[in-house]
Write a protein that binds this ligand. Structure first.
Ligand code: KIV
Ligand code: ZN
Length: 391
């Protein structure tokens, strides 16, 4: 693996699917897993095999069909979870067990009624036991975002010694600020013996809307894996959105960090996930929302019609969207109306455009958007006054 390559770990089928309303059956999961493999993600977290017989079957079936990506199964730091995950991953070409335990004082005290020392012991045991089944073992320090850095470093050092290949540093509660999360990754890189042998992974939740910013801060500070989901689905306010981190890295080449994701498949993959889960995406969602490449104000529309780059920092085709949309509203100007009219065959003179625009404003003030049928109606009116050239 090249040093500037960021591994994309997709957890749509685990952290994403565990959300109420997002439940999928095995056949739906297989379709998504195949698409994720085609998309070019490096790791597919296929599920939490011990959680239900259905999830076990899904992880096992996904393991059989995925050709390129590593297939990963989640466990707690519990022997039986690990044994069951290993069985579910039996057919995977590249299997990974993802095991771990909460490391923040709040988790240690309230979830486990335990001590820091006992948690380190359980972490070591879980990793060593996982290693008896597979070579590739990822360890998560749950609630690492609120874990004291010095203690987190101790945990990391211990699990590296036990054989962990990837260290996941989750901001489980979405609490961190980007500077803080980036500094945590930097601290671990500078203070953990053996850290150069493993990949540090960012797993950020979006409770304060920081998941993407935190993940990017993580990779800028030396992490080389981002855990994310399509459309950012996941617990509570969701996980880091895959399409966002991938496009951030693509659109900022000076960071010298890249991914193996085929960005042209992002939009279709987003549609597949929203439709199979029945989980709609907000229109203003970055990259894949319905309005992500739509322009509605006259000033912006005029600029985009002259040159797309005036108001677009990425080419819609790069994410699989065929073209930008010029949406006609009461805020649109003459340039937008002429552009949309031309698209459906009307070539207007300056005088005709003036007539059409006045008619348009009357309609646009009454409705949210003027569509093609509305334009045809306006053109009939204009035609009564002066013949329009139809292209
Ligand atoms: O958010 C989290 O901490 C998790 C772990 C189980 C990896 O999802
Ligand atoms: Zn999570």
């Amino acid at each position: 693996m090249q040093d500037n390559q960021v591994q994309i770990f997709d957890t749509t089928l685990r952290d994403g699917e565990q959300v109420p309303g997002c439940k999928l059956d095995t056949s739906q999961k297989l379709v998504i897993a195949e698409r994720l493999d085609l998309l070019g993600v490096n790791v597919i977290e296929a599920g939490f095999p011990v959680s239900s017989p259905g999830d076990f079957t899904s992880v096992s079936e996904i393991s059989k069909i995925v050709k390129n990506a590593t297939v990963c199964g989640l466990t707690r730091a519990v022997e039986n979870d690990i044994k069951v995950a290993a069985a579910a991953l039996k057919y995977a070409k590249f299997p990974r067990i993802h095991t771990g335990i909460g490391t923040s004082d709040s988790h240690i005290k309230f979830k486990f009624n335990s001590t820091r020392e006992q948690v380190i012991e359980r972490a070591i045991k879980a990793v060593s036991y996982s290693k008896s089944f597979v070579e590739d073992v990822e360890f998560y320090a749950e609630d690492a975002g609120r874990t004291d850095n010095a203690f987190l470093a101790k945990v990391c050092e211990a699990v590296i010694k036990a054989g962990a290949t990837v260290l996941n540093i989750p901001d489980t509660t979405g609490y961190c600020l980007p500077e803080e999360y980036g500094a945590k990754i930097k601290y671990l890189r500078e203070n953990v013996k053996g850290i150069e042998k493993v990949i540090l992974s960012c797993h950020c939740h979006n409770d304060l809307g920081m998941a993407t910013a935190n993940s990017i801060a993580g990779v800028i500070n030396g992490a080389r894996q981002i855990e994310c989901t399509i459309n950012g689905i996941g617990e509570r306010a969701g996980n880091t959105a895959l399409e966002e981190v991938v496009m951030v890295l693509k659109q900022h080449p000076y960071l010298n960090l890249s991914t193996s994701v085929n960005t042209k498949l992002l939009y279709d993959t987003s549609i597949l996930v929203r439709e199979s889960m029945g989980m709609p995406v907000q229109p203003n969602k970055a990259i894949v929302g319905a309005n992500a490449f739509a322009h509605s104000s006259g000033i912006h529309q005029d600029g985009v019609i002259k040159n797309r780059e005036t108001y677009e920092i990425m080419d819609p085709e790069d994410v699989g969207v065929t073209e930008s949309a010029i949406v006609l509203t009461a805020r649109s100007g003459r340039a937008a109306l002429a552009y949309r009219a031309k698209k459906i065959g009307y070539e207007l003179t300056k005088v005709q455009l003036d007539i059409a625009y006045n008619a348009f404003l009357i309609i646009a003030d009454k409705q949210k958007e003027v569509r093609d049928e509305g334009i045809h109606g306006i053109m009939k009116e204009v035609d009564k006054v002066s013949k329009i050239a139809v292209t």
